[in-house]
Design a protein around this ligand. Structure first.
Ligand code: ADP
Ligand code: MG
Length: 381
């Protein structure tokens, strides 16, 4: 195989992606458009990205035969799914180029490592404690963290793997029933939520996207609007923290940083995603280069493109509860909106909370676009 750890990988080469969800699909589409071949590895044969890829490997993420096949077939490998076992990424890194690095993905995929990394480097993060069946802190030690949220250290997403904690007894009983480690986080009085997308390429060249403001419901992203309506000073803080995190990780690829702003005006880093992010889907429709274009460029050692926003916009997620059985919702109101662009992921099995698609609306301001998204979403449900 043509394994390269540095230097430019030219069109015609095959790029591999671990994970075949919608993020993998958009990576594949960007790669194809730029003249690359693609290979997707995912355990699910119905993965959206497999439809668009040149080749697929249906396999668990820890099968050594499949990982060897992947690395023999690809000039470089990236990931769209952050829970790929760190050992699998290390195996691939020993054999060729993997971006972001297995160390970066390993840090971001485990809330304990992630929070320890953030706090040890002085980045502001939600107050937390490590909790497990073996190490249950005393009531006194975690008084300041209740009411809180217990989060599994690994494998949580879209609010899954999280439990509200109202008192010490609840914590003790939940933790005693499980062998997995957790992070207990103080529940913040959230005023607003933001995210920042960072693309970091060769020699640390970095491109930042505008700050997005995000609205979650039941732990799931519903609406993002861009650019966030924030003071110059808050924007500077968000950008400086994000850029510094990417630098400290010596990151290569696309990194998403999620932020909390509490009602007292304090800014915290919530979590990191070592990949493109749902809140960055607007970049497909409203920026010079999408977050997936940058993922391809960073992976291949190409110069990064401009992240410039071409129009204020907002994005709405289309979640599984809008489907009745397997039947599509009536999207005519979105299609009738001339400044809206509808994207469906081609998933065959809608479930409540499952991300089935999204739409982006351009507007004269992010607020106006978000209002349109909100009313279109209300009309659908
Ligand atoms: P996930 O991996 O599921 O995205 P997050 O930790 O980002 O997990 O939590 C999902 C959402 O739940 C957040 O975006 C926020 O709306 C809410 N949330 C999470 N942690 C806290 C907290 N400590 N205080 C208040 N709200 C929180
Ligand atoms: Mg999150």
């Amino acid at each position: 195989s043509s394994l390269a750890r540095s230097g430019m990988i030219r069109p015609g080469a095959t790029l591999g992606v671990l994970g075949g969800g919608q993020l993998g699909l958009f990576f594949v589409l960007s790669a194809r458009r730029m003249g690359y071949r693609t290979l997707v590895l995912d355990p699910d044969p119905a993965s959206p990205a497999m439809v668009a890829a040149d080749r697929s490997i249906v396999s668990p993420y820890d099968s050594e035969d499949s990982l060897r096949d992947l690395s023999d077939s690809c000039a470089a490998i990236t990931t769209e799914f952050e829970n790929v076992p760190a050992r699998s990424l290390e195996f691939l890194s020993d054999r060729g180029r993997v971006r972001p690095s297995s160390t970066s993905v390993g840090t971001c995929q485990d809330r304990i490592l992630e929070k320890t990394f953030l706090s040890s480097h002085g980045f502001p993060t939600t107050p937390f404690a490590l909790v497990s069946r073996e190490i249950l802190p005393s009531q006194d030690e975690i008084r300041g963290l209740i009411p809180g949220i217990l989060k599994t250290a690994r494998e949580g997403y879209d609010g899954k793997g999280q439990w509200p904690i109202r008192n010490y007894e609840e914590l003790a009983s939940l933790v005693s029933r499980s062998a997995t480690p957790f992070v207990l986080e103080k529940r913040l009085d959230l005023a607003r939520e933001f995210s920042l997308l960072i693309a970091r390429g060769n020699e640390g060249k970095t491109v930042l996207y505008p700050v997005a403001e995000n609205h979650h419901e039941a732990g799931i992203l519903h609406i993002s609007s861009v650019p966030a309506d924030i003071t110059f000073d808050l924007e500077r803080q968000i950008r400086e923290i994000g850029e510094s995190i990417a630098r400290t990780l010596d990151y290569t690829g696309v990194l998403a940083v999620e932020y909390f702003l509490d009602t007292s005006g304090n800014l915290f880093v919530n979590e990191l995603a070592p990949r493109p992010h749902n809140s960055g889907h607007y970049t497909l429709d409203a920026c010079v280069a999408s977050q997936f274009d940058q993922q391809v460029r960073a992976l291949c050692g190409l110069p990064l493109a401009s992240s410039r926003l071409l129009s204020p916009c907002a994005m709405g997620n289309l979640l599984g509860h809008l489907w009745s059985g397997t039947e599509l919702p009536d999207f005519s109101s979105i299609l009738a909106e001339p400044q809206a662009k509808l994207t469906l992921y081609g998933k065959n099995f809608p479930r409540p909370g499952r991300k089935m698609g999204h739409f982006t609306v351009l507007g004269s301001s992010a607020q106006e676009a978000a209002a349109t998204v909100r009313s279109l979403l209300t009309g659908l449900s």
